[in-house]
Design a protein around this ligand. Structure first.
Ligand code: HEC
Length: 107
């Protein structure tokens, strides 16, 4: 059946694509933790206590909703040093980071 064989050909790619977006993936969570420490940390401080960018401690992030923080992470703040992370993060991953920062679970 041609339709089925086409599907079985693209199936591995579909799996790879969805795996990249899934946070059930422990390895990807490790990558994101590294990203927070090294990439975000270069401006926000290694322990996120602040540097060129403001501190990202749960205390300081209290006024923001996770959605607002995720928007800032994905789109950056135009006119400031905060760059958009859209090329590297999915919306779901930005949300995961935002929640992790707010709860203090990250970095
Ligand atoms: C090149 C420096 C730089 C890097 C790298 C950077 N940021 Fe920022 N970030 C900033 C600056 C500067 C601001 C403050 C922007 C402003 O004045 O509104 C900011 C603001 C933010 C805010 C909003 C906090 C607030 O109080 O307004 C969040 C959340 C944030 N950054 C998260 C991240 C995350 C997560 C990463 C890594 C994926 C990251 N940033 C990487 C410079 C950086």
């Amino acid at each position: 059946m041609p339709a089925l064989s086409f599907f079985s050909k693209i199936l591995p790619f579909l799996l790879v694509l969805s795996a990249g977006k899934s946070l059930a993936d422990e390895a990807r969570q490790q990558e994101l933790r590294q990203l927070i420490k090294h990439d975000c940390g270069s401006c926000h401080g290694l322990t996120l206590q602040g540097g060129l960018g403001p501190s990202l401690t749960p205390e300081r992030l209290k006024p923001f909703t996770p959605e607002q923080l995720a928007m800032t992470i994905v789109h950056g703040r135009p006119g400031t040093a905060m760059p958009p992370w859209r090329p590297f993060l999915s919306d779901a991953e930005a949300m995961w980071l935002a929640q992790g920062l707010k709860t203090g679970e990250l970095p």
